[in-house]
Write a protein that binds this ligand. Structure first.
Ligand code: PLP
Length: 422
């Protein structure tokens, strides 16, 4: 009998014993094409450069507490990330995963406003139908109703505006651009309703992952969001935990939208699964306020900037940048989109096929003409997950309520090394 406390206590999961490129291998020898459990594996499961970097670092020094020392891989990784990051992002704060990154981002926003003498700025606005992590602060920012429901009494009060979800929410008579501007303007209305002097940050995923299934915003949406944040002195936090690190065809997803945030959160693909690591990047303006003020970011975890994790991520980002793998994700993503269109474009239960790069989503519906969702009693996402796994495919199907309405999707996020035949 296993003593592991698994996520799913009613299913018997295969035991992973090996990895070979895009495949995971279980103890029975079955191979599973990894098309994105949760969009982690960008380099596949047997990248020699990353494996070697981890081994070398463990032998050299595995741990040094960041309250006392920095480390070579952390310094080199920060330099490399800043070299490739959107304009203005100048400092990198390492954490161990995505939820830690979004939590740290919100606390950094708060401390920034304290440092510059605006203590009344304390509110975060986020979007409905979003996901920013499972710790209590991150869950408070997220708008995934199913994940929030049980813990609602414990969550911090934050307000949520509409997502930018063209397929489900744009009226036929409205242009994509106008729709994007209209929903972006909800941010301005919310800032004015709360009082601009009380709002510290707006947080959003450039391409919505877990909750909606690879939904990018329409053209112009994020430019308008950036304008509104600038106008009211509100910090823009972009959560690229799932869509970042090359997955959408750009190393940073927001590059495609032509904007830069004040704070950016990354994780998943940063360590590519070889080590648990995330990061929060911020502008010099924010960093300098702390450096020239209290001199101490009042936040931290034991394993921040872990030498082995940063060594792994350094090798990952080096692989991504020197082998131009984000561009490959773009090219292969277009092919995946075409293949999905050819296979499912006319399928009566597929309402939409969308995404960017190797980050694709299929919307599952009972009726594609009326966009009627499946009855939740069908448990369609759970069935697909089970059947796919039995057939040797790992993908990420999800069912959920979105603003009270039900929706189902399948998310596909294969490694960037995937080949045409796979
Ligand atoms: N933010 C986004 C956009 C995510 O998709 C996730 C995880 O799926 C998180 C944050 C939380 O990351 P983690 O599971 O590493 O804590």
């Amino acid at each position: 009998m296993s003593h592991v406390f698994p996520r799913h206590t009613k299913s018997n999961l295969p035991v992973a014993v090996g990895g070979d490129g895009c495949y995971l291998i279980d103890d029975q020898g079955q191979r599973y094409l990894d098309c994105g459990d949760a969009a982690v594996s960008c380099l596949g499961h047997s990248n020699p450069a990353v494996i070697e970097a981890v081994q070398r670092q463990v032998e050299q020094i595995a741990f040094a507490h960041t309250g006392f020392m920095t480390s070579e891989p952390a310094e080199a990784l920060a330099d490399l990330l800043v070299e490739h990051a959107p304009d203005g992002l100048d400092r990198v704060y390492f954490v161990s995963g995505g939820s830690e990154a979004t939590e740290a981002a919100m606390k950094l926003a708060r401390q920034y406003f304290l440092e510059i003498g605006q203590p009344e700025r304390r509110r975060v606005i986020a979007r409905r139908q979003s996901y920013h992590g499972n710790t209590l602060g991150a869950l408070s920012a997220g708008g995934n109703e199913w994940r929030r429901a049980q813990f609602a009494p414990m969550l911090i009060e934050m307000t949520h505006i509409a997502p930018c979800f063209e397929y489900a929410e744009k009226p036929d008579a409205e242009s994509s651009f106008d729709y994007g501007q209209r929903v972006a303007n909800e941010l301005e209305a919310e800032i004015l309703r709360l009082g601009p002097e009380t709002v510290m940050a707006f947080m959003a995923e450039p391409v919505v992952g877990a909750t909606l299934g690879a939904v990018p915003a329409v053209e112009g949406y994020f430019q308008r969001i950036r304008q509104i944040c600038d106008q009211y002195g509100v910090l823009l936090i972009l959560d690229e935990v799932m869509c970042g690190m090359g997955r959408t065809g750009h190393l940073f997803a927001c590059d495609r939208d032509g904007i830069a945030p004040d704070i950016l959160c990354i994780a998943k693909g940063l360590g590519a699964g070889y080590q648990p690591i995330g990061a929060m990047m911020c502008t010099a303006k924010i960093y300098d306020a702390i450096r020239d003020g209290s001199g101490f970011f009042q936040h931290g975890h034991t394993y921040i900037g872990h030498p082995v994790a940063t060594a792994a991520a350094l090798a990952v980002v080096t692989e991504l940048t020197t082998r131009a793998l984000p561009a490959r994700a773009g090219v292969m993503g277009d092919k995946l989109q075409e293949a999905l269109q050819a296979e499912f474009g006319q399928h009566p239960n597929v309402g939409d096929i969308r995404g960017r790069g190797l980050f694709r989503g299929l919307e599952l519906v009972a009726d594609r003409e009326t966009k009627t969702p499946f009855d939740p009693a069908h448990g369609v996402a759970g069935k697909i997950k089970k059947i796919a796994l039995a057939e040797g495919l790992i993908c990420y199907p999800m069912s959920g309520t979105r603003d009270g309405r039900v929706g189902d999707h399948v998310l596909l996020a294969p490694p960037f090394i995937i080949e045409d035949a796979q």
